[in-house]
Design a protein. Structure first.
Ligand SMILES: Cc1ncc(COP(=O)(O)O)c(C=O)c1O
Length: 425
């Protein structure tokens, strides 16, 4: 059972919202740092261990800077994520660039920054060489196909568009070597939000075995394997969080039985996103309206443009009402946003305390949506002309820093040529 905590009282939230009106995302720097240190303690047992934070989870350079100061690098999947890394002072091999259907310009940008390029397909060996030049260190993404089961969010590996087949992997490294690459990595990412430690240990075992096979068949010794992301977080109070020490020990056992006997000096990289920031971020909103038809609804001042996971995958996000933590959950609500989509629901038939709304007078209760620190605002969008919320960081000394303001109508219209519109007949 994981306790769902929120670091502020209702009074503190009232004070904060006088300066920063809801809705907004709030991130807790202390929690992020302590969590980062726990991961480093657990996985520091491996040679050249490096966590490359998946920028897509929380693409904010302030967060990247915090993580860089904890020794983390980044995992980037696009041109702009590379720029964000650079903005945060992260360059060189601290960046892994795992893209797909990659334009030449993005490979060139990754090369400019000295990032480790992780190829998604055999044909990209030639494409990379032709368009950006072959780097000294290069990595390939493995798709085990039917050899590994996936999970609900990511799907089955054999139906996934990512990576090289086993045969392609065995052929890729000798080819890369003939083209001038000298150092090599291997990567996979086969699950998403997976809480089973056995699953992740099995993934590591699979990569270790492939690294050994590659050495035996081609004489090429990999410098590292990257175990990818996909470790789950306990979104539901009854979920059990992954124990980092136990997971690292399970992977170490596989390392000792497969990698060490083969005489390989294999470094370990990971690229977790969700586990790093997910539990330390909240979407803070207010209850605006209630509605009683065939069901009871609570309408918030935010919507799925800020947090799409519930609509996209039916994902569970815990909800609490500050000041009513001890009030019995005697109402059953659908907690909804204002988008013209019926799946814009943060919670469906959820037992909650009776919620007071702004429409009834007063400020309306705060509604705190938990575990919104990863793949939250990042997945946001502007459909229905909705403007995405800003982001606040609670510093370890208890002060707040706005690390992104809320979008304005001007931001939304910035890509329109207004002068052209005036001249347009
Ligand atoms: C290539 C790659 N690496 C890492 C991640 C991060 O995954 P998570 O946030 O679940 O750890 C993702 C997520 O989609 C990904 O696509």
């Amino acid at each position: 059972m994981s306790e769902k905590t929120f670091p502020l009282s209702k009074e503190e939230l009232e004070n904060l919202s006088k300066i920063h009106p809801t809705p907004f995302f709030l991130y807790d720097e202390k929690g992020i740092r302590e969590n980062a240190r726990e991961i480093t303690r657990a996985f520091g047992i491996f040679p050249r261990f490096k966590e490359h934070f998946a920028v897509k989870a929380l693409p904010n350079p302030y967060i990247l800077k915090i993580l860089a100061s904890e020794g983390f690098g980044t995992d980037c999947s696009s041109y702009t994520e590379l720029l964000l890394s650079e903005m945060a002072g992260i360059r060189g091999e601290a960046i892994m660039f795992t893209s797909n259907e990659t334009p030449a310009a993005e490979y060139r940008e990754a090369r400019r920054l000295g990032a480790v390029i992780n190829l998604d397909d055999f044909t990209h060996i030639d494409f990379l060489e032709r368009t950006a030049g072959m780097p000294e260190l290069v990595s390939c993404r493995y798709n085990p196909g039917p050899l590994k089961t996936g999970n609900a969010i990511i799907g089955k590996p054999e139906e996934a568009k990512y990576g090289f087949t086993r045969e392609q992997i065995l052929a890729a490294y000798p080819l890369l070597k003939t083209k001038g690459a000298k150092r090599f990595g291997l990567h996979t990412m086969v699950a998403s939000n997976e809480l089973s430690m056995a699953y992740h240990i099995e993934t590591a075992r699979m990569l270790f075995e492939l690294a050994v096979e590659l050495q035996q068949k081609t004489g090429i010794a990999l410098e590292f394997v990257n175990l990818g992301g996909g470790v789950g977080i306990p979104y539901r109070p009854e979920d059990k969080a992954v124990d980092y020490q136990e997971l690292a020990r399970g992977i170490e056992e596989a390392y000792r039985s497969i990698v060490i006997p083969a005489g390989l000096d294999l470094g370990i990289r990971i690229e977790w996103g969700r586990t790093i920031t997910g539990p330390y971020g909240w979407l803070i909103s207010r209850a605006l309206h209630s509605k009683s038809i065939y069901r009871e609804y609570i309408g918030l001042d935010t919507c799925m443009a800020d947090l799409m996971r519930p609509a996209l995958y039916g994902a569970y996000h815990h909800i609490t009402i500050p000041g009513k933590e001890k009030t019995p959950a005697e109402k059953i609500y659908d907690v909804v946003g204002s988008l013209c989509e019926n799946n814009d629901k943060f919670a469906v038939q959820r037992a909650l305390p009776k919620i007071d709304t702004a429409a009834e007078g007063g400020n309306g209760d705060f509604v705190v949506i938990h575990d919104a620190g990863a793949h939250g605002r990042a997945m946001g969008f502007n459909y229905n002309g909705k403007l995405r919320s800003g982001e606040l960081l609670r510093r370890p000394d208890g002060t707040f820093t706005q690390i992104r303001r809320a979008e304005t109508a001007e931001d939304l219209f910035a890509t329109l040529d207004r002068g052209g519109l005036d001249r347009f007949r």
